[in-house]
Unconditional design. Structure first.
Length: 332
């Protein structure tokens, strides 16, 4: 069965699909996200809202606006079934696994959108390899929200099915009296050899590697096995290290700072979408950054178009970018 990312794509989808056919392919690439959909309470100085969330939700919703097939494997309580129906109406193929409860996060932001505090009010059942045995995709993006969501064996099996992408944040979370605290990930050197795309924030890189130095931290993660190391720096942009060179990705100036929840997931949706089409790392990173810029200006998931993303890049209004000076070995 063929699933498309949205039922109402414009002519851009048709053109892209036609190019794939001319290249000898019968359908656009597929990206599968595996992770829990959460109930999120988001508190900012301006807003107090409850909405669906988690990597699975923000990542998949962002891809519904791109010409790519999107698949989702998730686990949640029956009470959250309307969220899965909402995603299906957007054209996403959703496999819902039963769970006695859904993950419930409280995300609280202050005046700095790059910083948040979290509480975990509820957890869901973990995943296992049998849950995605029948799923076929070109790229699998795994989005753990808590340390016990996936096992090492899950990554071994997924890496044999396609390129594996990992947002590491959940593996670095421990829950203490409902509060989320940072802790190192014991299985990191067992898992990273299976990972092609590794996404971590600057803080997460430091927790894993013991260094806040971008160059040293990224090279350490690559030495442990990750093929493309993506370090996000919030309003300072991001860097990508492919084992040979560093790529400096700018952050574009947003129209407003409204809600940073899901920005990292939106970034990875854009990055993997572009890489799945054969784009280079710099191009994919800039596209991803532009998507994240559009996302931070609204409450809820990304709602832009390809044209919106291209307009942000073409406008070229970037924020001050520090990583170039922080990476002595940069060979741009």
């Amino acid at each position: 069965m063929i699933y498309f990312a949205a039922a109402d794509h414009n002519a851009v989808f048709v053109v892209t699909f036609t190019l794939f056919v001319k290249m000898g392919n019968t359908m656009p690439p597929a990206i599968c996200c595996i992770g829990h959909i959460t109930v999120d309470t988001v508190i900012t100085p301006q807003t107090f809202v409850t909405m669906p969330g988690g990597t699975a939700f923000y990542f998949s919703m962002a891809l519904t606006h791109m010409p790519v097939r999107c698949l989702l494997v998730t686990a949640m309580a029956a009470s959250e079934a309307p969220v899965a129906d909402r995603l299906r109406k957007k054209g996403i193929a959703v496999q819902v696994l039963p769970s006695p409860s859904s993950v419930h996060f409280e995300n609280r932001y202050g005046d700095n959108p790059d910083q948040r505090s979290q509480r975990v009010l509820q957890v869901a059942a973990p995943f296992n390899a049998a849950d995605f045995s029948g799923v076929e995709a070109d790229i699998y993006h795994v989005g753990p929200l808590l340390a016990g969501d996936f096992s090492v064996d899950d990554f071994r099996i997924l890496s044999a099915k396609g390129k594996l992408s990992l947002d590491v944040q959940g593996f670095l979370r421990r829950v203490v009296d409902q509060r989320v605290v940072a802790a190192d990930w014991k299985e990191k050197q067992d898992v990273l050899p299976f990972v092609h795309f590794l996404k971590a924030s600057e803080e997460e890189m430091e927790v894993m590697t013991g260094t806040g130095d971008l160059e040293r931290g990224a090279k350490t993660l690559a030495a442990w096995g990750a093929k493309e190391v993506i370090i996000t720096l919030g309003s300072r942009g991001s860097v990508v290290y492919d084992g040979d060179r560093f790529y400096i990705i700018p952050a574009y100036k947003p129209s407003q700072l409204l809600d940073a929840t899901g920005c990292g997931d939106t970034y990875m949706a854009g990055y993997l979408f572009q890489r799945s089409l054969g784009a280079g790392i710099q191009e994919a990173g800039e596209f991803a950054a532009a998507m994240a810029t559009l996302k931070i200006g609204i409450s809820g998931p990304f709602a832009g178009t390809l044209e919106d993303v291209q307009a942000v890049i073409a406008g070229n209004e970037v924020l001050p970018n520090e990583p170039r000076e922080m990476i002595a070995g940069n060979r741009l």
